[in-house]
Write a protein that binds this ligand. Structure first.
Ligand SMILES: Nc1ncnc2c1ncn2[C@@H]1O[C@H](COP(=O)(O)OP(=O)(O)OP(=O)(O)O)[C@@H](O)[C@H]1O
Ligand SMILES: [Mg+2]
Length: 264
């Protein structure tokens, strides 16, 4: 039996499609029959909002049943897992207090590895095929925790004038993290929010494809208003409207991810 695969979606550039990609790859894996656990690592709670309605997300955020509390108190994560309305998709919700995470981590022993330690029993139970993590748009001790707890990183990059700005910092941060967590690898970059009428897409694609030793997924995610409709309905787009362009693209991206991981 394969072990639980952990993937973090991170990019310090805000609005690059991390939460949308994490939620939809998660939902697409679940639709393929894989058991998925999602970790919402961002105070914006966008991953949680992709699966649960606002009231439920606020309730988790205000209670102690969230990832922030678990890490702050160093509790085993098993007790923090909640079910979503979607088959095969479980979630550990976030909290708006997650903004204090850097402060909480500061005084802790081996602070880069706290999440990895708290996730150990969930991983070892083999209850899930995949654990997907959504990172906030920052680079610091908390994102390092998310990466140190991951086998793979996927970087969503927006095809926009500022989409590539700061990417060098992301790569540098990855390298530093790999010194502590040498098994962590960059699975690939996914280009998001593509509008082919604009030149940014071509520029972004050319730039990324010219980077040495970095794979760029051949599936690109186009701008599609269905993504926002789905989010407004607390559903990933692959559940909300399977026939939409973005849903089909996210299903295709998921197939690419599975084959990069030698799953199919
Ligand atoms: N394919 C798409 N088509 C249209 N809108 C999209 C698409 N992908 C993402 N969006 C929208 O772009 C915005 C940013 O996306 P998302 O929240 O996934 O990015 P993020 O990287 O997680 O942002 P942050 O850095 O704030 O966490 C959201 O409002 C989302 O609805
Ligand atoms: Mg996000």
């Amino acid at each position: 039996m394969k072990h639980t695969v952990t993937i973090c979606f991170a990019n310090n550039k805000g609005g690059s499609g991390k939460s949308t990609t994490c939620s939809n790859v998660g939902a697409a894996l679940a639709a393929r029959g894989y058991r998925v656990l999602l970790l919402d690592g961002d105070m914006q709670c966008n991953l949680s909002l992709s699966f649960l309605d606002e009231d439920a997300v606020l309730e988790y955020a205000r209670s102690d049943r969230n990832l922030y509390y678990a890490v702050k108190e160093q509790k085993d994560l098993k007790a923090f897992i909640v079910q979503t309305p979607f088959e095969n998709v479980d979630l550990i919700p976030s909290s708006t207090l997650m903004s204090s995470m850097e402060y909480e981590l500061f005084t802790k022993w081996q602070r880069e590895f706290i999440l990895r330690k708290l996730l150990k029993s969930v991983k070892e139970s083999a209850q899930y095929d995949f654990i997907l993590m959504d990172a906030p748009p920052t680079l610091g001790g908390w994102v390092m925790n998310l990466l140190c707890a991951s086998d793979h990183l996927i970087i969503p990059v927006e095809a926009s004038p500022w989409g590539l700005f700061g990417l060098a910092n992301m790569f540098e941060f990855l390298q530093t993290t790999q010194e502590m967590a040498p098994d962590l690898g960059l699975l690939g970059i996914v280009i998001t929010k593509v509008d082919e009428r604009k030149s940014y897409f071509k520029q972004t694609k050319e730039f990324l494809e010219n980077l040495e030793d970095i794979s760029v997924f051949s599936t690109h995610i186009h701008v599609d208003s269905t993504v926002e409709w789905a989010q407004d309905n607390s559903k990933p787009v692959v559940q909300y409207r399977k026939s939409s362009r973005s849903a089909r693209e996210y299903m295709a991206l998921t197939e690419e991810i599975l084959s990069a991981l030698s799953f199919s």
